[in-house]
Design a protein around this ligand. Structure first.
Ligand code: ADP
Ligand code: MG
Length: 160
């Protein structure tokens, strides 16, 4: 587990950039945090680091976007999904089980049972200190993801 504070949107973007530089293809990133926590901002910087050009927006209504970067980046937002049963319909399991590329899921914690066996959990919390501070807690589930979190911790030089 790795915990890091960011003090501005720019610092969150920097953290996402480091995550993008460290991540391996085939990884699923599950993002957890309230509305306005910074999940989409994180995905935007992450996707741009991985070579995505053009706009990256929260797929709140269409539930899923796919971007072409150095590999496919599949972006889910489960905020409006009412039932776990609907995940099959949107092809969720085809993308998250043995992914081709990288998968990021906003509001992953709504359906914990539906998440794959191995993933990286990114929890984002506001802090009482100030409006622009966020606490990031990254946890690697599975051996490869644990290793990824350790590697990331070595590269982040701010926010302790
Ligand atoms: P979510 O997708 O989690 O609902 P967004 O990424 O859409 O959240 O929005 C996050 C909002 O919080 C943005 O308006 C951003 O400018 C603001 N913000 C303030 N401080 C931070 C920070 N440290 N990290 C990320 N976002 C921040
Ligand atoms: Mg969002």
């Amino acid at each position: 587990m790795f915990t890091c504070m960011t003090k501005s949107p720019a610092e969150t973007a920097k953290l996402a950039e480091l995550v993008g530089q460290t991540i391996h293809e085939g990884t699923v990133l599950c993002l957890e945090g309230d509305l306005g926590a910074g999940k989409t901002l994180f995905v935007q910087s992450f996707a741009h680091t991985l070579g995505v050009e053009g706009e990256v927006t929260s797929p709140t209504f269409n539930l899923m976007n796919i971007y072409e970067g150095i590999c496919p980046i599949v972006h889910f937002d489960l905020y409006r999904l009412e039932s776990e049963d609907d995940l099959e319909e949107i092809g969720f399991y085809e993308y998250t089980e043995d992914p081709d590329g990288i998968v990021v899921i906003e509001w992953a914690d709504k359906f914990p049972e539906a998440m794959p066996e191995e993933f990286v959990r990114v929890q984002i919390e506001r802090t009482p200190v100030n409006e622009e501070e966020r606490r990031f807690i990254l946890t690697g589930i599975g051996e490869r993801n644990e290793k990824f979190v350790k590697e990331l911790a070595d590269r982040v030089t701010f926010g302790y």
